[in-house]
Write a protein that binds this ligand. Structure first.
Ligand code: KE4
Length: 430
C-alpha cells in the first residue's frame, strides 16, 4: 500500500493551510506519519487519492451513521441545491428539522440551529449564564465541547492528544470562570458545589464521553449531576454532539432517563453537512433574541443543504431503526478485538457504548481522564498503522471513538478482527 499522492498533496497543503489541515484532529499528530487525502466515500468505505480502499471507522468523527453517500441523503441535497444554497431568510426545512429534534428529545421544547457543535456549546454557555445570572461553568477533564475559549481548559480531543491541554490565546480572565473536575468523580462534584454552588451557571458534560476515548458516565455520577445542579439552581447541559442520534435516536438522555436543562447536538444531525443545535426548556430558550435579550446569530444557521441532509438522515434513522443491528455489530467487534488482544497477550480495555468504541491499550479500566492518559499511546500508534496498511481506517488517536455505521456488515467486522489478530501478533513481537 503506497501513499505517494497523499504525501504530495500534504506537502502542497502545508504551504497554504496551517499544518496542512483544517482541523488538527486530522493531522495524524498522535500516530505519526502523514494524513491520507480522501477522494471519496461510499457506504462503509473510504478511498484515498492513491486509490487505496479502507473500511472506515472514523465516519467523519461521528456524523456518517448511515455510511458515506447514502442515496436518500444525496438525493435530498441534490434536490435542495437546485433551489439555491442559502437565503438568509427562514425556510420550512428549518422548522421540519426542529420538529424532528423536539420529537426525538422530550427535554427539548425549543431549539436553535447553528453551524457547528462549537457554536452550539458557546451559545448554550452564554444562555446558561444569562438565565442564571451567574458566571462559573463546570466541565470535566477529557470532555471536549468544541474550541470556544471558555471550554478550552483541558479539552479532551485534539488539543490534549497533541499534549496542549489548554490553548495559547485563551486568557486567564476567561479560564478563571471555568472549573475543571474529574469525570465520574462524585465527591469532586459535591465539593465543587459546596464551595461554588451559588456561582455555578451550568455544568456541561458528555453523558458518554467520546473525546478521551469512549468512557460512560456512571450511574451515581449521572444522578449527582442532575441532583446537584437542580439543588443549586445551576443548569445541566448535556453535550450530545456525538451521542445524539448515535447511541439511540433520542440520545444518551433517553437511555439514561435524565432530562438535562439544555442539550447541544451536531454531527449526525446534519448528515455530514455543517450543523449544530442547542435546545431545551422553553422558559430558558425563549431568553434568546429576538424572543428574549441574549444575542446569538449566524449567516448560514439552518442552511438549506444542511437541513436537507439532516432531515433525510433522521427520517432514515426513524424509519429503519438501525440501532439493534449496530449493537450486534459492535458486540461482534468488541468480542473479536478483545480476543485478538488476548491471543497476543497485549493488555487492552474496551470502552464501548452503542456503536461508538475505543480499544484502550492499558491493563486498567478507563473511567476518567487520568486513567485514559495512562494508556500506551505509542502502542496505539503502531496498532493504527498496522490496521491502516491492512485496509482499516481507525481514529488517528487513542483518545477518540471509532464508529460503526448502518453500512457496515458482519463481513466488514470479521475482516477487521482478522487484521487486528495479525497486528496484535506483530505488536507482541516488538
Ligand atoms: P464541532 O465544532 O467540531 O462541530 O463540534 C465540537 C464538539 C462538541 N462536542 C463533542 C462531544 C465533540 O466531540 C465535538 C467535536 N468532536 C471532534 C472529535 N472528537 C471533532 C473532530 C475535529 O475537531 O476535527
Amino acid at each position: 500500500m503506497q501513499f505517494e499522492k497523499s504525501h504530495a498533496a500534504f506537502q502542497k497543503a502545508k504551504r497554504l493551510i496551517p499544518g496542512g489541515v483544517n482541523s488538527p484532529a486530522r493531522a495524524f499528530g498522535a500516530v505519526g506519519g502523514q494524513p491520507l487525502f480522501i477522494a471519496r466515500g461510499e457506504g462503509a468505505y473510504l478511498y484515498d487519492i492513491d486509490g487505496n480502499c479502507f473500511i472506515d471507522y472514523v465516519a467523519s468523527w461521528g456524523p456518517m451513521i448511515l455510511g458515506h453517500a447514502h442515496p436518500e441523503v444525496v438525493a435530498a441535497v441534490e434536490s435542495a441545491v437546485r433551489r439555491g444554497t442559502s437565503f438568509g431568510a427562514p425556510t420550512e426545512a428549518e422548522t421540519e428539522l426542529a420538529e424532528l429534534i423536539v420529537e426525538a428529545f422530550p427535554s427539548i421544547e425549543r431549539v436553535r440551529l447553528v453551524n457547528s457543535g462549537t457554536e452550539a456549546a458557546m451559545s448554550a454557555i452564554r444562555l446558561a449564564r444569562a438565565y442564571t445570572g451567574r458566571d462559573l461553568i463546570v466541565k470535566f477533564a477529557g470532555n471536549y465541547h468544541g474550541h470556544v475559549d471558555s471550554l478550552l481548559v483541558a479539552a479532551g480531543s485534539s488539543a490534549t492528544t497533541l499534549g496542549v491541554p489548554s490553548s495559547p490565546g485563551v486568557t486567564a480572565g476567561t479560564a478563571k470562570d471555568t472549573l475543571v473536575l474529574e469525570y465520574n468523580d462524585v465527591v469532586g462534584l459535591e465539593e465543587a458545589f459546596a464551595q461554588w454552588g451559588s456561582q455555578i451557571a451550568a455544568v456541561i458534560v458528555e453523558p458518554v464521553a467520546g473525546n478521551m476515548g469512549v468512557v460512560k458516565a456512571q450511574a451515581d455520577f449521572r444522578q449527582a449531576l442532575r441532583e446537584l445542579t437542580s439543588q443549586h439552581g445551576a443548569l445541566l447541559i448535556f453535550d450530545e454532539v456525538i451521542t445524539g442520534f448515535r447511541v439511540c435516536y433520542g440520545g444518551a438522555q433517553t437511555l439514561f432517563g435524565i432530562q438535562p436543562d439544555l442539550t447541544i447536538l451536531g454531527k449526525i444531525l446534519g448528515g455530514g453537512l455543517p450543523i449544530g443545535a442547542y435546545g431545551g426548556r422553553a422558559d430558558i430558550m425563549d431568553q434568546m433574541l429576538p424572543s428574549g435579550k441574549v444575542f446569538q446569530a449566524g449567516t448560514l444557521s439552518g442552511n438549506p443543504l444542511a437541513t436537507a441532509a439532516g432531515i433525510a438522515t433522521l427520517k432514515v434513522l426513524r424509519q429503519t431503526n438501525p440501532y439493534p443491528y449496530l449493537e450486534q455489530l459492535s458486540t461482534r467487534l468488541a468480542v473479536g478485538l478483545e480476543q485478538a488482544a488476548k491471543e497476543a497477550e497485549i493488555p487492552v480495555c474496551i470502552g464501548w457504548f452503542g456503536s461508538m468504541m475505543t480499544l484502550f491499550f492499558t491493563s486498567e479500566p478507563v473511567v476518567d481522564w487520568p486513567s485514559a492518559r495512562r494508556c500506551n499511546t505509542q502502542q496505539y500508534a503502531q496498532y493504527f498503522w498496522g490496521m491502516l496498511r491492512r485496509g482499516v481506517y481507525l481514529p488517528c488517536s487513542q483518545f477518540e471513538a471509532l464508529f460503526i455505521s448502518a453500512a457496515h456488515t458482519p463481513d466488514h467486522i470479521d475482516t477487521t478482527i482478522t487484521a487486528a489478530k495479525q497486528v496484535m501478533k506483530e505488536l507482541k513481537q516488538r
